[in-house]
Design a protein around this ligand. Structure first.
Ligand code: FAD
Length: 403
């Protein structure tokens, strides 16, 4: 008799973590992914324009991201992480004033910090701008933190969710706030070692295979059906806009975009502030990241910017950042622009309330993904934690973990 199979649909971080947890527990696992490669919204690729390996967008992990870090360690990717001191330099592009955010030392008055962290409670439905918009540190601290953490403009973003993340990171001690950077790229950190782990456990990995419909006892893929037999389970780890097409009972959830730019210099780049990343204020560019001779720029909550031509965005951003980079040319160097139109959920109070949990109307089918109900916004941590929870529920094993 064939032993039951856990089918995982989607090889982003949520699907990979569900698949690895089950395979390590001795389950037969089949992973089905529509794209030709794993990683989803957290992946590396070879950019021929710059002749470099790039990440789709710069990703920052923090010490508080326990599930994501444990997953990286469990599959063997954790060794590629650079663990940095807990400090976040900020620079005002207009005045060139440089300052730092550190755990327990947010550069804002006590009262507004208490408000931002929600230590006196936050009314349901309150936006970040409504809560903090009139404070002196709004433009230089709360707004950039809101856009970076929630990828949502402060006028719409949930003050409760921002406060929860700020408390976890900045009141959790130095370890919780330590930035962890994927020094060898996102795929080397997560998807490549996860695929190797799955292969070592005999899991089958099937790429270029798109799920098109879900029946009472069948998964319909574009290249044929897969029957769900007695004892089989499935984890649907696709983004929200795909999940709600496959399971119409799920609510449609609005998303928010991120624009990333990568510039190649002819020398190793060094940023003011002495870290491999730097937050910028008073500019279109919001965060700079450097990896050797590549400078990457993140613009979160990008809105209609995604409709502007890539070259025009690159030109404007380069004019802002070139004066900050020692030895950088004035003319535009080789660049690549990546527009992730649906990077994360829009983290508004109304959308957060509508996030579903992992169960579905089918007793063999469970949901995973960064967009499910969780204490975190859409992040690597939320994705990995949701994959682990879905595997636990599907297999009835509360004790599975990556520790
Ligand atoms: C530019 C950018 C920057 C970010 N920065 C950070 C950061 O700094 N820190 C942080 O923690 N998080 C960050 N994130 C968020 C993080 O990348 C995501 O939360 C996480 O990768 C989501 O993983 P997931 O598995 O839930 O979804 P996905 O990665 O979207 O995976 C879903 C998978 O399902 C596949 N799929 C879709 N439809 C089908 C189908 N019908 N059949 C089969 N397969 C299908 C997709 O191809 C994909 O591989 C960032 C995201 C972006 C885009």
């Amino acid at each position: 008799m064939v032993s039951p199979t856990l089918h995982v649909i989607g090889a982003g971080l949520a699907g990979l973590s569900a698949a690895v947890a089950a395979a390590r527990d001795g389950w037969r696992v089949a992973l089905h992914e529509a794209a030709p490669m794993a990683g989803g919204r957290c992946r590396s690729f070879r950019c021929h324009l710059l002749d470099r390996a790039l990440d789709n967008g710069s990703h920052l992990l923090l010490g508080a991201n326990r599930n994501a870090l444990a997953f990286a360690a469990a599959v063997g990717g954790g060794e590629t992480l650079a663990v940095l001191p807990p400090r976040f330099p900020f620079l005002d592009v207009k005045t060139h004033r440089l300052w730092e955010v550190r755990p327990g030392r947010l550069p804002a008055g006590v009262w507004q910090t208490i408000r931002a962290l929600g230590l006196t409670g936050i009314p349901h439905g309150q936006s970040v701008a409504n809560r903090l918009g009139k404070t002196s540190a709004f433009a230089h601290l709360w707004k950039p933190l809101c856009e970076a953490i929630l990828n949502t403009p402060p006028e719409q973003a949930s003050a409760q969710l921002l406060a929860r993340v700020l408390r976890t990171v900045f009141l959790g001690g130095h370890a919780a706030a330590r930035p962890h950077v994927a020094a060898a790229g996102l795929s080397a950190l997560f998807s490549a070692p996860a695929e190797a782990t799955l292969a070592a456990h005999g899991a089958s990995l099937r790429y270029g295979r798109r799920l098109t419909a879900i029946g009472p006892h069948v998964l319909e893929f574009d290249n044929g059906p897969v029957p769900i037999r007695d004892g089989d389970r499935a984890v649907l780890a696709v983004p929200p806009w795909v999940a709600s097409q496959l399971l119409p009972a799920l609510p449609p959830l609005a998303t928010s975009s991120i624009v990333n730019l990568h510039f190649r210099l002819d020398h190793t780049a060094i940023l003011p502030g002495g870290m491999p990343f730097l937050a910028l204020v008073e500019s279109l560019a919001q965060w700079l990241f450097v990896r050797e001779d590549v400078v990457s720029v993140t613009i979160s909550a990008a809105g209609s910017l995604v409709d502007r031509p890539a070259a025009a965005i690159a030109q404007q951003v380069w004019q802002e950042i070139a004066p900050l980079l020692q030895g950088a040319p004035q003319h535009l160097p080789p660049f690549r622009v990546i527009k992730e139109r649906r990077a994360t959920l829009a983290h508004t109070p109304a959308i957060l309330r509508r996030r579903p949990g992992p169960a579905t109307h089918l007793e063999w089918l469970f949901l995973a993904g960064d967009w499910l109900s969780a204490p975190w916004p859409c992040t690597m941590e939320a994705a990995v934690a949701s994959g682990l929870s879905a595997a636990r529920l599907a297999l009835g094993r509360d004790d599975m973990s990556f520790a």
